[in-house]
Design a protein around this ligand. Structure first.
Ligand SMILES: O=C(CO)COP(=O)(O)O
Length: 254
């Protein structure tokens, strides 16, 4: 199987320059599986991207946490995909639930961002996920399918997309999805890709899980056949992020 395990660290809106340098030092000193077996990407806030890119070990890479949906211009406060490319930033996280919910980013707007970012040459971690209310009303799959559809309608090549399933009720709550809950949605998302984007896309696209992943629960989640890695929030700011990276070995021995 060609899906390399992927571990992203979403630092969200956290950190001082001193703290950021300390996290990078910890990562740089860590012994982790080789880059043949795991792809590691950390995502600091925009202002820290250049310094993190400069001091981070060369087998890890960096992602922005957002970018504007089109070319730059008179869009105060925004950062364009073109600027990220200009700085040599390879990845961007788009459609995170915190932006969908707090900043009212619609499925279509997220789809436009993904399409524009890919066209500029960025690789995209595209996030989908349902709220607790949506899960309890039985609409989980309809919600994540609609979010994925808005991307699929605007994108023809999936090779630079990692799909992150992040149930909103599991983010920052300590209430992680059970391995079978995660597997069920990942399996259905892969099936959705198969039906709507083709068998090759379904087979090769990495679907990663995010929501209260930590050093203690990552191995059991990683063992699920359709879980191809993680997008980690809180624990990515701590040394246990290294244990999460090491959970790639679960796949290797599988
Ligand atoms: O939102 C997340 C990653 O993008 C997950 O956050 P937590 O790991 O803090 O739950």
């Amino acid at each position: 199987m060609s899906r390399k395990f992927f571990v992203g660290g979403n630092w969200k809106c956290n950190g001082t320059i001193e703290e950021v340098k300390k996290i990078v030092t910890t990562l740089n000193e860590a012994e982790v599986p080789s880059e043949d077996d795991v792809e590691v990407v950390v995502s600091p806030p925009f202002v820290f991207l250049p310094v993190v890119k400069t001091i981070l070990r060369s087998d890890f890479s960096v992602a922005a946490q957002n970018c504007w949906a089109r070319k730059g211009g008179a869009f105060t406060g925004e950062v364009s995909a073109d600027m990220l490319i200009n700085l040599g930033i390879p990845w961007v996280i788009l459609g995170h639930s915190e932006r969908r919910l707090l900043l009212n980013e619609s499925n279509e707007f997220v789809g436009d961002k993904v399409s524009y970012a890919l066209a500029q040459g960025l690789k995209v971690i595209a996030c989908v996920g349902e709220t607790l209310e949506q899960r309890e009303s039985g609409s989980t799959m309809a919600v994540v399918a609609a979010q994925t559809k808005a991307i699929a309608e605007r994108v023809s090549n999936w090779s630079n997309i990692v799909l992150a399933y992040e149930p909103v009720w599991a983010i920052g709550t300590g209430k992680v999805a059970t391995p079978s809950q995660a597997q069920e949605v990942h399996f259905n998302l892969r099936k959705w890709l198969q039906d709507n984007a083709g068998a090759e896309v379904a087979l090769s696209t990495r679907i990663i899980y995010g929501g209260s992943v930590n050093g203690a629960n990552c191995r059991e989640l990683a063992a699920q056949p359709d879980v191809d890695g993680f997008l980690v929030g809180g624990a990515s700011l701590k040394p246990e992020f290294i244990d999460i990276i090491k959970s790639a070995t679960v796949k290797k021995s599988a």
